[in-house]
Design a protein around this ligand. Structure first.
Ligand SMILES: [Zn+2]
Length: 422
């Protein structure tokens, strides 16, 4: 027990810090933007006390799949702090909004102004996520510059923690695997993980089927990758991912994990409880979570004059809703994953995936005072996915507030969902 002046004491919460092996009722003391002490009962005088009884006290949550290049990516990019500190999330990893051509703007206007911590997985394409990948032709092989993208990544190593690419049916049908191959090469040369979107994104107008068999996408890609690269959207209801067109788990899915590839849920609007059960029942548990909120799958006002539709209406437009990283955590609990595992996905595993500095994703003394406090409620609520599957959950997590670098932010984002009582 120590006495000190100033600082904040979080009292009597359930502290879960998988990185330190802690799961106990206790107190956390922070001062000068750092974690000072975690213990069963701490006594400090002259400090601000916050009663956390009945709440979860977690390392600041890390969203591994954000779209926050606001205004530059049209309707696609959301406000960083709305998805971040105002939603109980202290750290955001933007997936492919910025490219080698637009990264300086991302650094200045987004990372430099947000109160949340913001990192980037740099787009493998010259245009990045402009207009939310609205024009498929801008993603053809001629629109990738390996050298320029490697150079931008290495020159911004503090901000760029990976590369974003797509292994996607429409792209493969148009141009084959050349773009994916170049993306993997960027990751190799930059020494960074490549985060790969699976599931259809760019359908061809008027064409219901492709010349490419969706069940071959995974095998075409896995051989190009290196350990630490990330396969995204295993629970997608769209073809071309972890679940084959026969409804069974892809034979390569387990093999991919054994080769050191990582798996990120990337929740989004294509998340399917049906697919999730198939994958989990096969014994495959994703490493990280990621909310994947953007302006096409959430209810936010669009910038004037931006497209009202997207080439893939089914993917982008169905059921525009409110959600958050924390509601994605509730989805994982409803699927039967243990709480400790879900916290791990959104904290220490996320920090490892993006190679974040020591101290991210943990409550170890000396780490930045990034802490998320959640309400942990019991009752009966209905959860729905965009396939129409309904699941009743008896446990609901909702953000209460977070500390980011010791500064308090209440969960006030308009995008946070309202729970529906069953
Ligand atoms: Zn996304």
């Amino acid at each position: 027990m120590t006495a000190s002046v100033g600082g904040t004491l979080l009292k009597r919460g359930r502290i879960i810090d998988p990185a330190s092996g802690i799961d106990q009722i206790g107190d956390v003391f922070v001062r000068d933007g750092r974690i000072v002490e975690v213990g069963a009962e701490l006594h400090h005088e002259g400090v601000q006390r916050i009663d956390c009884r009945g709440r979860l006290v977690l390392p600041g949550l890390i969203d591994t799949h954000a779209h926050v290049y606001q205004f530059v990516t049209g309707r696609f990019g959301l406000g960083a702090d709305m998805c971040g500190v105002q939603s109980g999330v202290t750290t955001l990893i933007d997936q492919g909004g910025a490219s080698c051509m637009t990264l300086p703007g991302f650094r200045h206007y987004v990372a430099g102004h947000a109160q949340s911590r913001v990192y980037a997985f740099l787009s493998a394409y010259l245009v990045g996520g402009l207009e939310g990948h609205f024009y498929p032709e801008l993603y053809r092989p001629e629109c990738v510059d390996v050298d320029a993208t490697v150079k931008a990544a290495l020159a911004n190593a503090d901000l760029v923690r990976g590369i974003k690419a797509h292994a996607e049916l429409g792209g493969f049908a148009r141009w084959g695997t050349e773009v994916m191959r170049a993306s993997a090469e960027i990751g190799r040369q930059a020494g960074l993980p490549v985060y790969i979107h699976f599931g259809q994104l760019w359908p061809m107008p008027g064409q219901a089927t492709f010349d490419v068999d969706p069940d071959t996408i995974l095998e075409q890609v896995v051989d190009m990758l290196k350990p630490g690269d990330v396969l995204a959207h295993p629970f997608s209801r769209h073809p071309g991912g972890f679940v084959g067109t026969d409804g069974k788990i892809h034979p390569l899915a387990r093999e991919a994990a054994a080769r050191g590839l990582k798996i990120d849920v990337g929740h989004g609007s294509h998340f399917s409880y049906r697919m999730a059960r198939t994958v989990l029942e096969a014994g495959i548990v994703p490493d990280t979570l990621g909310a994947d909120m953007h302006g096409y799958n959430t209810q936010v006002p669009a910038p004037a004059g931006t497209p009202a539709e997207h080439p893939d209406q089914d993917h982008m437009f169905l059921g525009r809703v409110r959600f958050s990283l924390v509601s994605a955590m509730t989805s994982m609990l409803a699927l039967g994953l243990p709480l400790e595992q879900v916290v791990r996905m959104a904290t220490v595993n996320a920090a490892a995936m993006a190679g974040l500095a020591d101290g991210a994703g943990t409550l170890r003394p000396g780490a930045p005072a990034d802490i998320t406090v959640l309400d942990d409620q019991r009752g009966r609520w209905v959860l729905r996915d965009n396939e129409g599957t309904q699941v009743v959950t008896e446990r609901l997590l909702e953000p209460s507030f977070c500390l980011c670098g010791g500064q308090r932010f209440d969960a006030s984002a308009p995008i946070l969902p309202a729970a529906q009582v069953a």
